[in-house]
Design a protein around this ligand. Structure first.
Ligand code: NAD
Ligand code: UPG
Length: 470
């Protein structure tokens, strides 16, 4: 069996960058080149100042520092990297389609297809192709067809190796993965290719955590894992509303049910709604696949997870408007947090975007503080909705770098992301500088309800019936 000495990864984003950094860190004998069409992104990966890496992830800078220039390289020379590699990971984006058949549901595979055609054009010797992007079941078949029909007669093995890292804990998740999943063909060549990829992960993970399956099981498992995780969030969010009207406390309910080892304690934190680039996209894709296969009940069952999530975001925004005497027009609402979760600068599908949309439609002024998200990103997120007047966005949105400034003279504060620092603020000082009554809407359940009520705040905390705001 040929030893893998040269890996290329197409796509240096949230998955490609951290994954290749850890593979290079743990396999110093393998040259790893991560390529991207986006020159600015590659320049940022190569920046001497590690604070300027394009992605914020705890622990990432240390890994990049160790491996970059040794056996880890970032480049825009896609053809050259493909040519030299024995194994090519495809880690490009697979967003929800915004046009044509399957619009709003199916995964857009145009970037994947372009990669396949580029590999077919450039490759002059046998390659192992690894699907790292999240893909619909049976995509490997399409890749195979393109590679074999448009290639130079070289032979390809296609593996599915979905990524399970979560943002904010990516490095930890990669270095200590619960499991790695590798799907391949049940042929001699397929098994050999799988073994080569197993060997790369086995340089730091125990063998028993590396699972090999057939390609379709691997592709489907990725969508199903995300659907199950998101389903837990929607389930507890559904219960949060029930708690608010019955006298129960959702955090107590979560703790109580989570101690049942059959249920488990993770992913039971009620919130203003799940965000991120994956959950919604992957469930919509699952729904689309089921519905295309005529399994309408299956499709409807999973779609409900998304509908509940949309409801939770809107419910939170409506609560703010209703509480502020049914009008937020020209009032100052402070947002703490814009990222879709703490410890990341990623804002894709963040609940904050949709809560802001609703409040802007009600003509509120919003002052935003997030420790890692830049103003340009926030403005782009709102403009990309396509539902708001760009002039109104610029007029009504302020982004500040000091949380106390964001909350100064605000009518209400809304917690949209669970950054640890929010709980540690001097809330008495915040209260003294706010308009009265001073309202707080805690969409993440991170604030000390008793203490804040004692200070004088009118507090609403999702899933809690004992909040001042009903
Ligand atoms: N973000 C996550 O936490 C996460 C976790 C697991 C799986 N995934 C999946 O991984 C895939 C990538 O996600 P991401 O968040 O890293 O996306 P991303 O948008 O951050 O990165 C994708 C990169 O691919 C580049 N690209 C696109 N086409 C290219 C081409 N032809 N040649 C070179 N570069 C090209 C883009 O410029 C971009 O930088 C998706 O399928 C996603 O569903 C994401
Ligand atoms: O109890 C919880 C857990 C999560 N969330 C929210 O759910 C979203 C997603 O969180 P998380 O799953 O931690 O982050 P992602 O980076 O989106 O990771 C998910 O999506 C990735 C992309 O497919 C997968 O690789 C990961 O395994 C999967 O956890 C965020 O908005 C969280 O705030 C909650 O509201 N309550």
């Amino acid at each position: 069996m040929k030893n893998i000495t040269n890996i290329c990864c197409i796509g240096a984003g949230y998955v490609g960058g951290p994954t290749m950094s850890v593979i290079a860190q743990k396999n110093p004998h393998i040259k790893v080149t991560c390529v991207d069409l986006n020159e600015a992104r590659i320049n940022a990966w190569n920046d001497d100042n590690l604070d300027n890496l394009p992605i914020y992830e705890p622990g990432l800078a240390e890994v990049v520092k160790e491996a970059r220039g040794r056996n880890l390289f970032f480049s825009t020379e896609v053809d050259e990297a493909i040519d030299k590699a024995d194994m090519i990971f495809i880690s490009v984006n697979t967003p929800t389609k915004t046009y044509g058949e399957g619009k709003g549901k199916a995964a857009d595979l145009k970037y994947i297809e372009l990669c396949a055609r580029q590999i077919a054009r450039v490759a002059k010797d046998d390659k192992i192709i690894v699907e790292k992007s999240t893909l619909p079941v049976k995509t490997a078949e399409a890749l195979k067809s393109i590679l074999h029909n448009t290639g130079n007669g070289v032979s390809y093995q296609i593996l599915s190796n979905p990524e399970f890292l979560a943002e904010g804990t990516a490095i930890q998740d990669l270095q200590n993965a619960d499991r790695v999943l590798i799907g391949g063909d049940d042929t001699e060549e397929g098994r050999e290719a799988m073994q080569q990829l197993v060997n790369i992960y086995a340089s730091w993970l125990p063998q028993e955590r590396i699972l090999t399956t057939n390609v379709w099981s691997s592709e489907l498992s990725k969508l199903v894992a995300n659907a199950f995780l998101a389903q837990r969030v929607s389930s507890i969010n559904a219960i949060s509303e029930l708690c608010e009207v019955t006298g129960a406390d959702v955090s107590e309910v979560s703790r109580s049910i989570g101690m049942d080892s059959r249920i488990g304690s993770k992913f039971l934190k009620a919130s203003v709604g799940f965000g991120g680039s994956c959950f919604q996209k992957d469930i919509l894709n699952l729904v689309y696949i089921a519905s295309s296969l005529g399994l309408q009940e299956v499709a409807d069952y999973w779609e409900q997870v998304i509908l509940m999530n949309d409801y939770q975001k809107h419910r939170f925004a409506r609560k703010i408007v209703k509480t502020l005497y049914n009008t937020v027009a020209d009032k100052k609402i402070a947002f703490l947090g814009w990222a879709f979760k703490k410890d990341t600068n990623d804002t894709r599908e963040s609940a904050a975007i949709y809560v802001a949309e609703k409040l802007l439609q009600e003509q509120a002024n919003i002052s935003i503080y997030d420790p890692k998200v830049k103003k340009e990103q926030i403005i782009t997120d709102l403009e990309n909705l396509g539902t708001l007047d760009p002039e109104a966005i610029h007029k009504r949105i302020t982004v500040v770098s000091n949380p106390y400034e964001a909350m100064k003279e605000a009518h209400a504060v809304a917690i949209l992301t669970e950054w640890d620092e929010f709980a540690a603020y001097d809330w008495q000082k915040v209260y003294d500088n706010m308009m009265k009554p001073a309202f707080i809407f805690d969409g993440r359940g991170i604030l000390d309800l008793k203490n804040l009520t004692k200070i004088g705040f009118q507090l609403f905390s999702l899933g809690k019936s004992n909040t001042a705001v009903k």
